[in-house]
Ligand binder design. Structure first.
Ligand SMILES: O=C(O)CCC(=O)C(=O)O
Ligand SMILES: [Fe+2]
Length: 285
């Protein structure tokens, strides 16, 4: 996980997106429920799916957008959805561009080039990538120790681009290790920066060179916190496996090939043990 500045996304667009998110979540509950996520659906208003895996009470709500927000935004704002749609579509466009750029910066630093990933498409722009915009809302909570905003998880996708509101912190990442530094670290909001989170699929592609970190969101007593996560994954049916350029006699592939659709099924069943279930060789330690 790292923070990215100088990313080229206009600050006024990020501000407008945050206002859209605040407007959306401040609608009356019966209005938000008009765009409720169906039990077998992906998009719309509801609770985070991973809520079922955490024993604490989840103190959050979410709204997922896949592709055009038009249908759901018409349900939320029958009169004035146009401006919210424009902002969201423009934001999705900028995120798609930034995500492809980040992919090549990260993979390029491992010596990977466009020819090494077929599903990146002929121009290496990842046209067929799967993507969703996840809007998160964590209202102020009178008893934050007894609740959790978002249960600990790793992101299933390639990478996530997270805008967290500067008004409140809450995102935490788990620092591995054996010393006293091991534990949950707060990721402070840096004005103008995006938090970039490595997902399970970059972990697999890079054969574990980039690690997918465990993270969660906590809530606080006085501030309503919002975040916007752009979730960027491989094309639905592309087989993803550790890149052959990174393998050799002393570097065997650590993960079995998997498609995005297959992996989502595994994740729904095994949650944080899904990645481990693809492991081909036992960890060294
Ligand atoms: O709210 C946050 O900062 C974290 C969001 C997140 O981890 C997610 O949407 O996957
Ligand atoms: Fe996440």
């Amino acid at each position: 996980m790292f923070q990215a500045t100088n990313h080229g996304v206009p600050q006024n667009l990020v501000d407008d997106m945050e206002s859209t998110v605040r407007s959306l979540f401040s609608l009356p509950p019966q209005q938000k429920l008009k765009a409720a996520r169906l039990p077998d659906g992906i998009s719309g208003y509801g609770f985070h799916r991973i809520s079922a895996f955490c024993e604490k009470l989840m103190w959050s709500e979410s709204f997922t957008i896949v592709g055009s927000p038009l249908q759901h935004f018409c349900q939320l704002w029958p009169q004035d959805h146009t401006k919210f749609c424009c902002v969201t579509e423009e934001y999705e466009k900028e995120m798609k561009r930034l995500a492809a750029r980040l992919m090549w910066l990260m993979l390029g630093s491992l010596g990977i080039s466009k020819e090494d990933i077929k599903w990146a498409g002929p121009r290496g722009e990842f046209e067929d990538a799967s993507a969703a915009l996840q809007l998160n809302s964590y209202p102020a909570c009178p008893d934050p120790d007894r609740t959790m905003g978002l249960a600990q998880h790793t992101d299933s996708n390639l990478l996530s681009i997270i805008h967290q509101s500067a008004k409140a912190s809450g995102l935490q990442v788990f620092r591995e290790g054996k010393d006293e530094g091991r534990g949950w670290l707060m990721v402070p909001p840096v004005p103008g920066a995006f938090v970039i989170n490595v997902g399970d699929f970059i972990h697999i592609l890079s054969n574990g060179l980039y690690q997918t970190p465990l993270h969660r969101a906590v809530v606080n007593r006085s501030q309503h916190r919002v975040s916007v996560a752009y979730l960027y994954g491989p094309p639905e049916n592309a087989q993803v496996s550790p890149l052959s350029k990174l393998l050799g006699p002393s570097c065997p592939p650590l993960y079995a090939p998997v498609t995005w659709n297959e992996y989502l099924g595994t994740k729904a069943k095994l949650n944080n043990k899904a990645l481990q279930s693809l492991r081909l060789n036992a960890p060294l330690n």
